[in-house]
Each structure stands twice: as C-alpha cells, then as structure tokens.
Design a protein around this ligand. Structure first.
Ligand code: FES
Ligand SMILES: [Fe+2]
Length: 387
C-alpha cells in the first residue's frame, strides 16, 4: 500500500474568486477541465474483495459520522454502523464525544439502536450497565462472575474527534497512520456553525455501489441530460469550478442568477443563493452548501450494490435571521433538491449498477469534465493500489 500522496492545495478558493472564475466561464463558454482521463475497472463496483479493502480503508481514516449539533447535549447518542461496525457515538457528561463498539461485554448484545438520550446504557439482555464514558457500572447478581475485572470490561472505545462542526470516527488507531489522519481532518472545509439547527434527517437505501452514488454528486457534465426539467432551467450545463484540497474536493454548481454578482464589489458578494458548493469529504461523505440549507450525506456500503444514505439537513447559521423564517426557507430549499433532482440521480446510478452485469464495459471512463471523480479514484488507488 502506497502512502505517498501527491501534493494538492490545502484550502478552497474564496467565494469572490469562485464567482470570477464562473463569470469567466460564462463569458467564454468554458468550464474547469482536468488533465487526466481515468478508467476505473467495472470489477471495482462489483467485487467483494474490493469492497472489503475499501471498508478497511474507511476504518483506517477519520470519516465523518454526524454533525456536532446532532449530539448537542450530554447523553445524546447515535447508534449506527460505520464501515460495517456497529457503533454508539455519545456525548458524555464532560461534553466530550466518545465512540464505542455497540456490543455488550457479557455476551455481545447490542446496547442501543437509533438515536436517543440516555444517562447510561443498560444491556437489554441481562442488564449489565455502562456509563457514557464506557465504564462498566453494574452487573446484576454479580456473585455469578467472581473473577471479573470491571475495569477491563468497559465498552470497547474507538477514536472520535470533533472539528469544524463535525464528529469523526477512526476505528483503527489514528496514530498508526497519523500523517494521513491529520491531513484529512485539516482539509475539511469550515462550513458548519454551532447555532445551526437540524430540521430533517433521512435514511434511505440505494441499490448501487457507494462509489456510483458518490460520483453522481461530483460533476456537472450530466446537468442537462439528467436534470433537463429540474436543475438545468436554473443552472448551466457543464459549467463548474472544480477544486481539490488534499484528498477532498469541491464542485461549484452556479445558478444563472450568479451573473447579478458581476457588478458587485468582491468584498460585498453574497453567493448564498447564487451557487451550490458540493464538498466531498474523502472517502464517503458529501457536505452540500445550498441556498438556504446545508446537507451532510454519509454513504455507508451495505454490500457491493447496496448503499445506505444517511442525511442531516441543517439550516444555515441563524446569527442574524429569525429562526422561523430560516426553517421555512430551508424546508422549501430541501423540497426542491430532494423532490426532483435527487430522484433522477438515484435512478441513474441504480441503472448503471444493473448495466454493469451486461459486460458491455470493462471500465468506466471519466474525462476532462469529471476531474473531482478522477481525483477521488486517484486517492483510492494511492491507498489501495490497483487490487
Ligand atoms: S449480553 Fe449484555 S448483559 Fe448479557
Ligand atoms: Fe445530479
């Protein structure tokens, strides 16, 4: 496994620079282009061995698990799998977020399911109880376990950390791959603020490989063909700014009304309803900055051709706006995106997955208009080789 990663920028451009670049493309009829063409073997979307290697990679790097505000108060928890491992992520009485394997230390029962708020985790099978810090607190009829060392039977903890409004977990010791873990965390864009509100959460399953779902977010070359009556009437076909930041990437999708900013001084430009930023947080998470809301989407592979998609929809920062208005515009925004374009993307990638069986293609080809996807596959290849 190679640990050498090509040097890439460590931040994204300013809003105003993005606007200038978009306006230049509009005037010239151009778009950002990559330099490489990439051919990704179809086998990588169908192979159990490849998926196992990808899940091992997920465990070895910090992956975003949820927004910090999803666990705002002590005791709030989320129990969900990450890279196939059942985890409980919980905020402790000391306000620190911790992640534990969701398995009782007696005979392995699951301690929690879904989301909730608890003072302790009590095993539903025989009643062993654990503190929010994972410590084993109580064993009913303890004389049945004369040799047990309670200190050794706390919940099994995995690394969790909070940065830039997100909670990350890293199931393998991050110190063992510290350079990569640090680089991935430091490159995360600063999008979320502590006063945002989660106004909707969803969980769905797509019948396609997780990489196909991811790829559908990372280029604008499909806007006219796939979203002819949904996104295209408000946006542009194949007109994007595409940046990379370490292993991460950002794709800008401008709305036609961005031309209003041509006359606005750079420092006064507000891009909020003039473009959409789609951030890819390597490897399996997207963070979209939409006109009136933010969406965090986590792609969890359930099999080679099944993906659970967990989404958190958040208002923008409420600093200067009244909360009801913020929630109303955010909900309208979400309806536009989810009710229309998202459905079209999912149908497209599920069709690709079915078509992979045909044998028509040995590889999928990504050209000069899909450089964020090329970058993603290059990052995967650097860590996994060509297996
Ligand atoms: S399995 Fe949890 S108390 Fe027995
Ligand atoms: Fe799309």
């Amino acid at each position: 496994m190679s640990k050498t990663h090509a040097k890439t920028p460590t931040t994204f451009m300013s809003d105003s620079d993005v606007v200038d670049r978009v306006l230049g493309h509009i005037a010239a009829g151009t778009t950002d282009r990559g330099t490489d063409v990439w051919r990704e073997p179809v086998d990588h979307y169908r192979s159990e061995d490849r998926l196992a290697a990808e899940l091992a990679l997920f465990k070895s790097v910090p992956t975003a698990f949820c927004p910090s505000i999803a666990l705002a108060k002590p005791g709030e928890y989320i129990a969900r799998t990450a890279a196939g491992t059942p985890l409980i992520v919980v905020r402790g009485h000391d306000h620190k977020v911790r992640a534990f394997k969701n398995a009782c230390r007696h005979r392995g029962a699951e301690l929690a399911a879904g989301t909730g708020c608890a003072g302790a985790f009590v095993c539903p099978y025989h009643g062993w109880s654990y503190g929010l810090d994972g410590a084993l607190l109580g064993i009913p009829h303890q004389d049945g376990f004369p040799d047990i060392d309670r200190l050794e039977k706390g919940l099994v903890e995995v690394f969790a950390t909070e940065t830039k409004g997100l909670i990350f977990v890293c199931q393998d010791d991050p110190a063992s791959d510290a350079g990569d873990a640090h680089d991935l965390l430091s490159g995360v864009p600063d999008v979320l603020a502590s006063d945002q509100m989660i106004f909707a959460e969803n969980e769905g399953v797509g019948e396609a490989n997780w990489k196909l779902h991811l790829e559908s977010f990372l280029e604008g070359y499909h806007i006219k063909a796939t979203h002819k009556e949904t996104f295209y009437p408000f946006g542009y076909d194949n007109l994007n700014v595409i940046e990379v930041c370490g292993a991460h990437a950002r794709v800008t999708f401008p709305f036609q009304r961005i031309t209003q900013l041509a006359e606005v001084a750079p420092e006064a430009r507000d891009v909020s309803d003039k473009l959409t930023y789609l951030n890819h947080l390597f490897p399996n998470v997207i963070l979209a900055e939409l006109s009136h809301h933010r969406t965090l989407g986590i792609l969890e592979p359930l099999g080679v051709s099944r993906t659970r998609i967990t989404t958190y929809h958040m208002t923008k920062s409420s600093a200067e706006t009244d909360k009801d208005a913020l929630l109303k515009t955010a909900a309208r925004d979400l309806e536009f995106v989810n009710g229309t374009g998202q459905v079209e993307d999912i149908a497209m990638v599920e069709g690709i997955q079915r078509g992979l069986k045909s044998g028509a293609n040995e590889a999928l080809t990504f050209g000069h208009f899909e450089p964020a996807i090329v970058h993603f596959h290059q990052q995967m290849a650097a860590r996994l080789g060509s297996m």
